[in-house]
Design a protein around this ligand. Structure first.
Ligand code: SF4
Length: 209
């Protein structure tokens, strides 16, 4: 493995820490479904409203999706998300005694759950090394020149090849924070970037993609 890449990843994790308060598997799973194409503050609002009355998997599974609309509206795409959340809750009860299974193959069978969501749950709730790749991770890893991939899924496998498993979990949250603060999608703040001397696009003088 390339030690420069590992050192740079460790710098991102150190400089852009991500703290999580709730690690309950069901809450993390549903909150991550809510976070799809949603800003953090909107996800948080929707998640707080959904769980504020102490609803658990059994309570949610009994609802009509429409009963969730008002609570989760801030996260966007609320009709589809409500449907997926109720369906996922029903499957958890029917297949897994109301528990979230710590298994990627089982998680990705749940409605509305893709590899990114599954990997976040595995790491945050179960401490299982898992490489969750969203648009921030995909973009930044390619800008840095760590990988050269076209899709987040390809990035997931490529990053697992070049990073030790102890960094898979922490790098996701930290890269998201780094992507929001510095390595922004359209206008990265390269002159302020603490790792610009390790960045392929900064050093090449090309426009970051
Ligand atoms: S130098 Fe610029 S493009 Fe490279 S990681 Fe930093 S902010 Fe992103």
């Amino acid at each position: 493995m390339n030690q420069t890449i590992i050192n740079t990843a460790e710098t991102i994790i150190k400089e852009f820490p991500k703290t999580r308060t709730n690690t309950d598997p069901y809450v993390v799973l549903i909150t991550t479904i809510l976070s799809q194409r949603s800003k953090d503050e909107n996800t948080e609002k929707a998640s707080n409203q959904l769980f504020q009355d102490g609803w658990d998997v059994y309570e949610v599974a009994k609802k009509d999706p429409e009963e969730l609309y008002d609570k989760i509206k801030p996260s966007g795409m609320y009709r589809q998300k409500a449907k997926n959340i109720v369906e996922t809750s029903k499957v958890l009860i029917k297949e897994y005694q109301g528990k979230v299974p710590p298994d990627i193959e089982k998680l990705i069978q749940l409605p509305g759950v893709g590899r990114k969501t599954a990997n976040i749950v595995l790491w945050i709730s179960f401490g299982i090394p898992a490489m969750a790749v969203d648009t921030h991770v995909h973009r930044i890893a390619n800008r840095l020149g760590w990988i050269n991939t076209k899709t987040p899924e390809k990035s997931e496998y490529a990053l697992m090849e070049i990073l030790p498993s102890r960094l898979w979990g922490p790098i996701n949250g930290s890269m998201v924070e780094f992507g929001k603060a510095i390595c922004k999608p359209r206008t990265p703040l390269c002159s302020l970037c603490p790792i610009n001397q390790s960045c392929q696009y900064y050093l090449s003088g090309e426009e970051p993609k």
